[in-house]
Design a protein around this ligand. Structure first.
Ligand SMILES: NC(=O)c1ccc[n+]([C@@H]2O[C@H](COP(=O)([O-])OP(=O)(O)OC[C@H]3O[C@@H](n4cnc5c(N)ncnc54)[C@H](OP(=O)(O)O)[C@@H]3O)[C@@H](O)[C@H]2O)c1
Length: 334
């Protein structure tokens, strides 16, 4: 098996595995059914393989993803880097419990999606990295940035950052807090953040945590024209962060694209997820490519991305294939 490699997060001293464990599927509510025993084996396999970074959020299954991860990391806390988020709120006694942005002090500290609830669920007294999940433009950014700085001063949080913040928003918040990361979507079907924000982040020394590295499953290589997703699975609604990549008509065209990518991957001696992950990691500003693992076999396979190297001609060919994708838009998700 390939040895894990590590990168620095932006200009900070936080060093993380190039492949990070994305814990969104782990909660069980949003990606269809999940088998907790399989998750436990996948987490063991990831740690044994050198994965250090685990990315979760209170918003993933209303805290359950954090709870599952916290239980699995008992006795191993010191060996891993836990990243979680704040700024999405829900009413605990409502049914259903829709998420809404709320970066008020009360919500990010003491709400169900706040720091204290995260620490409790994750069974730890500190976070390695705490991110504001989505910008809440209904409140001044000053207030939430002040909370991040205070949390850092108390030692409950070692590093702070944001997620899904546009360049104009980064310009504001980076003058208010020492951000080490912006976590944004990045994959072969979604180059919006690369186009709009990577140069700015590079210049500011802020690292990129890439999410959806496998286009949320489209680049897993396992989907066919017959694949159906459960209605509880967010991907069944056809949209991937405001890109209609997965509507029936676009999905058909995108699966043709996937078939052509698979042929390139196989010529390179790689699988499609390996090619897709290596493509994300070819970009030096990416500190870690997050993958939502579900099974230990996926950990083994995805680590093979670390031995995939592209020539200029490979990258040109991939660009030509991607020109046939359907449903891409230019606007950033907001
Ligand atoms: N900050 C944010 O706003 C934000 C947004 C999205 C995600 N994230 C983070 O980024 C992480 C990764 O994104 P994601 O989970 O949405 O999407 P992803 O990593 O692109 O795709 C996840 C899906 O790919 C499939 N998969 C993974 N490896 C595979 C392999 N080797 N072979 C076959 N299938 C494989 C899994 O199974 P199935 O296809 O069977 O389900 C999984 O559901 C999340 O878990 C979360 O931590 C953050």
């Amino acid at each position: 098996m390939e040895s894990m490699r590590y990168r620095r997060m932006g200009n900070s001293d936080l060093v993380v595995s190039e492949i990070g464990y994305g814990c969104w599927p782990m909660g069980g509510e949003d990606f269809g059914a999940i088998d907790d025993a399989e998750t436990a084996r996948a987490v063991d396999r990831a740690i044994d393989s050198g994965v250090t970074l685990f990315d979760t959020a209170p918003a993933y299954s209303h805290g359950r993803a954090e709870e599952v991860l916290g239980n699995l990391l008992v006795g191993r806390r010191g060996n891993v880097i836990i990243v979680t988020k704040c700024g999405l709120h829900w009413d605990t006694d409502a049914d259903p419990r829709p998420l809404r942005r709320d970066s008020s002090r009360a919500s990010v500290l003491d709400g169900p999606g706040g720091l204290h609830a995260s620490l409790r669920r994750l069974r730890t007294d500190y976070l390695d990295l705490w991110l504001v999940h989505w910008p809440d433009v209904s409140q001044p950014f000053d207030d939430v940035m002040a909370v991040l700085i205070e949390a850092k001063a108390t030692g409950k949080v070692r590093h702070v950052g944001v997620s899904n913040f546009r360049p104009d928003q980064i310009a504001t918040v980076s003058s208010l807090a020492p951000l080490v990361a912006n976590q944004v979507g990045y994959n072969l079907f979604d180059r919006r953040w690369e186009q709009h924000s990577f140069a700015d982040l590079r210049q500011r020394g802020i690292g990129v945590m890439a999410y959806g590295s496998l286009a949320h499953g489209l680049l897993s290589g396992t989907w066919t024209r017959e694949t159906t997703l459960l209605s509880s699975d967010w991907r069944s609604r056809g949209m991937a962060f405001r890109q209609p990549l997965l509507t029936p008509e676009n999905l058909r065209a995108n699966l043709d694209v996937v078939d052509r990518l698979k042929a390139v991957a196989s010529r390179m001696g790689a699988s499609l997820p390996q090619l897709a992950l290596a493509w994300v990691l070819r970009e030096p500003i990416v500190s870690t490519a997050l993958v939502g693992f579900r099974r230990p076999e996926e950990v083994d396979e995805n680590l093979g991305a670390l031995r995939v190297a592209f020539t200029g001609a490979d990258l040109d060919e991939i660009d030509t294939i991607m020109a046939g994708a359907s449903g891409q838009v230019d606007e950033l998700p907001a």
